[in-house]
Design a protein around this ligand. Structure first.
Ligand code: ZN
Length: 76
């Protein structure tokens, strides 16, 4: 008899400095001796990007964590 486990994906993210422009928001390129500044295509000038971390957790664990989070919110 097969056993069933429900799993959910826990997604945690943090904002880090854009790796493409190194947090500058712009990219500078040189063309025929002239410097051009363009808005970074990766972060769109926001200077940061989302670093997402995904973890697979059992549904029971997720509900437990959500319940805890809600309790904290209510007591706030
Ligand atoms: Zn960027």
């Amino acid at each position: 008899m097969p056993e069933t486990v429900f799993k959910v994906i826990k997604e945690t993210w943090a904002w880090i400095a854009c790796q493409n422009c190194k947090g500058a928001g712009v990219k500078t390129s040189t063309f025929r001796g002239q410097k051009f500044t363009n808005t970074c295509s990766r972060c769109g000038g926001t200077r940061r990007e989302k670093k997402v971390h995904r973890t697979e957790v059992p549904l029971v664990e997720a509900l437990k964590e959500l319940g805890t989070a809600r309790a904290y919110g209510e007591s706030d």
